[in-house]
Write a protein that binds this ligand. Structure first.
Ligand code: SAM
Length: 304
């Protein structure tokens, strides 16, 4: 690895640009640090610490982005079956390469990697709209894999963790099949406070219909936020959606380790804890087909 003598701001910017550029150019999107030419590797190395973990301060980015923008330039397969999961989970046999757990808007990925540790037999995918954060999490997972590579003590190898840059309000159907997801997390989503921006919220009636399509019957949808008004919005939208039923908090806290992970392990959650704020969560079960109301019953309920 390159020497980590003091680096000026300009050099650092250049390092980041080279690093991101090399990833964009590399065919399989894998680490620029190990694959790019020496100059790029040396520059990118300043972004990592002595153990190859990315340094958070270089990956912070603007607080909000517009998920409704049409100017996003994301790459996505035309159909779910065409997604190249080998790039993300290279050590997992092809027959097992099915994502089961989604961390939507993963941020710095604390929950994504914790879920991978908790559920070593499931493929966990963090999804994030912002490029810098996604690159941070990709490097974080690479570093974790490296750190645990040769350990024989049964510790997690993180081969089941990955991240993907995408706009989850638009492109989920390009990546996932009906009923494949078992757990779907929405942790501390952007609150979009102004009423005119509520349509940017990632939990809405229409999007819930899409999420219900990907979540398997009896699978779970999780929300958590420190904004009470947003929590009430989540509860209202999910509880009024025919495909979802709330599970009592005591029950999920007792039977589902993912809930405590969601409360404790996200970077936003840790920040809220530090500031002595409140965390409001809700967990929903995706109903089975036979439990759904008929069209007639549903239409009636809308007008009653
Ligand atoms: C406040 S952060 C929470 C991050 C993380 N879940 C946590 O709790 O630490 C919300 C994240 O959602 C991402 N995000 C917002 N809209 C998104 C979208 N449409 N698709 C994917 N990610 C999105 C943002 O970029 C941001 O990183």
């Amino acid at each position: 690895m390159a020497s980590k003598a003091r680096v000026g701001k300009r050099k650092l910017k250049q390092a980041f640009a080279n690093h991101i550029g090399a990833i964009a150019q590399s065919e399989d999107g894998k680490a620029a640090v190990s694959k790019a030419d020496d100059k790029t590797s040396a520059a990118a190395a300043v972004l990592l610490d002595a153990n190859n973990f990315p340094k958070k301060r270089f990956f912070r980015s603007r607080a909000h982005c517009n998920p409704l923008s049409h100017n996003d330039g994301f790459e996505y397969p035309l159909e779910a079956g065409e997604a190249n999961w080998k790039v993300h989970y290279p050590q997992v046999p092809e027959k097992d390469r099915v994502v089961r757990i989604l961390d939507i808007g993963m941020g710095f990925g604390g929950l994504t990697v914790e879920l991978a540790r908790l559920f070593p037999d499931k493929l966990v995918l963090g999804m994030e709209i912002r490029a810098k954060l996604c690159e941070y999490v990709r490097l974080r997972i690479e570093a974790l894999r490296l750190e645990h590579k040769d350990k024989e003590d049964g510790s997690p190898k993180y081969q089941n963790a990955a991240c993907l840059r995408s706009n989850c309000m638009r492109y989920l159907p390009n990546f996932f099949e009906q009923g494949q997801i078992e757990k779907m997390f929405f942790c501390f989503p952007d609150p979009h406070f102004k009423a005119k921006n509520h349509r940017r919220r990632i939990v809405s009636h229409n999007l819930l219909s899409e999420y219900a399509y990907f979540i398997k019957p009896n699978g779970r949808l999780y929300t958590i936020t420190d904004v009470k008004e947003l929590h009430e919005w989540h509860v209202e939208k999910c509880s009024n959606h025919p495909y979802f039923e709330r599970i009592p908090d005591e029950e999920v806290l007792r039977d589902d380790p993912a809930v405590q992970a969601m409360i404790d392990m996200t970077e936003e959650g840790i920040k809220v804890e530090r500031n002595k704020g409140n965390k409001h969560f809700a967990v929903y079960r995706r109903r089975e087909m036979h439990e759904l109301p008929t069209m007639e019953e549903y239409a009636k309920s809308l007008f009653s």
